[in-house]
Design a protein around this ligand. Structure first.
Ligand SMILES: [Zn+2]
Length: 227
């Protein structure tokens, strides 16, 4: 590689990182405005390339993120950039990227409705709303893992090959996507679904999508995710 091409690659990479930061800042603002975060809750990350990611730093308000509120780490968890400590849940994000090369973004927050189901230990079944069956799929409810200890990584690993949304018992929600927008859509869809299900439970009846229709929706999801 010539010096000139190395330089242009570096510029390209810096430009890409700054674009990702802007998108994550906007996503943090949306998560906050939609009431999915309080205080310094949650963490956001995006993959820069096959060995580096940007992650929100520990202790900052995700609704008011600034460019300096992200740190760059490699896939071994080593901090590359300066500017504070990475999120205490960095291990969870790394587990996702290491196990799913197709994923470019991880979003974690504590949305009230979805988290209520996680606290109550009630699964959010995919056979209730077609949008959930097609665009999110199963949402496994993971056993409680103490935050910041790396235990969430162990809990999530067995479910990563088939799922893009995870309810963390007594904690919150994690969604992952091939883009920041896709991870956000899944986050929003799961919370909206949890709200509808909560309301339907107040009315007393929760009807399920019939099995043969669910099969058709699953096939549709399959064709969309494999394209
Ligand atoms: Zn959390």
């Amino acid at each position: 590689m010539t010096f000139a091409s190395a330089g242009s690659n570096l510029l390209l990479s810096m430009g890409q990182a700054s674009e990702l930061k802007n998108e994550l800042i906007e996503t943090g603002r949306l998560l906050y405005e939609k009431g999915m975060l309080a205080g310094s809750d949650g963490n956001l990350s995006a993959k820069i390339d096959e060995n580096r990611l940007l992650i929100s730093r520990s202790g900052v308000a995700k609704g008011r993120l600034k460019s300096g509120d992200f740190v760059e780490i490699d896939f071994d968890g080593k901090q590359i950039s300066e500017g504070g400590k990475p999120s205490t849940e960095a291990a969870m994000h790394l587990t996702v990227y290491k196990n799913r090369s197709d994923i470019c973004c991880c979003l974690h927050s504590h949305p009230p409705y979805a988290t209520s189901f996680a606290v109550a230990g009630i699964e959010l079944d995919r056979n209730i709303l077609p949008e959930v069956a097609v665009f999110v799929g199963d949402i496994p409810l993971l056993e409680y893992s103490p935050p910041g200890t790396g235990a969430i990584s162990e809990a999530i690993a067995p479910f990563l090959d088939k799922n893009d949304a995870f309810l963390l018992k007594n904690h919150g929600l994690l969604t992952i996507g091939k883009s920041i927008e896709e991870a956000f859509f899944k986050h929003e869809t799961v919370e909206h679904f949890a709200k509808i299900l909560w309301m339907a439970k107040q009315l007393g009846t929760v009807n399920r999508i019939p099995d043969d229709e669910l099969k058709r929706l699953d096939q549709l999801r399959q064709s969309l995710t494999s394209s």
